[in-house]
Design a protein around this ligand. Structure first.
Ligand SMILES: Cc1cc2nc3c(=O)[nH]c(=O)nc-3n(C[C@H](O)[C@H](O)[C@H](O)COP(=O)(O)OP(=O)(O)OC[C@H]3O[C@@H](n4cnc5c(N)ncnc54)[C@H](O)[C@@H]3O)c2cc1C
Length: 115
């Protein structure tokens, strides 16, 4: 937020750009100012990409291991958007599909190996 504001404040752009639409020039933008942070907190919300509710890893909140095995229930694996250790910066659908595909192939190979 602060970087584009700095860029847009350059005199070379002043003739091209109109007033800032949001959060507006009345909101303090200097680093350390809480007003911009407050404006962002009021505006920010979750949307469309909830993830990590059954997260992988070794943190206390992790429910599955790196092989997708659910902690405490033998034979149960989870592979969907919930396993993501943290939300990353791309969209979640293809990542979910890839992890599910890899899990399916791995289970298939394990079954073949034990047959
Ligand atoms: C409006 C919208 C737009 C999106 N756009 C994009 C996009 O453009 N690009 C992108 O990468 N991602 C996008 N996403 C995110 C993406 O859809 C999800 O990250 C992805 O579908 C997650 O897959 P999933 O298998 O974890 O969950 P889901 O796809 O939600 O699958 C969960 C399934 O479980 C079923 N279910 C739930 N409860 C039960 C139950 N008790 N018993 C039986 N079945 C149950 C549900 O019916 C559903 O079929 C979007 C999401 C939304 C909501």
């Amino acid at each position: 937020m602060r970087l584009p504001q700095e860029i847009f404040a350059q005199t070379e752009l002043a003739d091209i750009l109109g007033d800032e639409v949001w959060p507006g020039s009345e909101v303090g933008t200097r680093v350390g100012s809480n007003t911009l942070d407050d404006a962002i907190c009021k505006q920010a919300r979750t949307i469309f990409h909830p993830a990590g509710t059954c997260r992988m890893g070794d943190s206390p909140s992790a429910l599955i291991d790196e092989k997708l095995r659910f902690n405490g229930i033998d034979g149960l694996k989870v592979t969907d958007c919930s396993i993501m250790p943290a939300l990353f910066s791309c969209n979640t659908n293809v990542s979910t599909l890839i992890s599910a595909g890899r899990a399916a192939i791995s289970s298939f190979r394990n079954k073949q190996a034990s047959a």
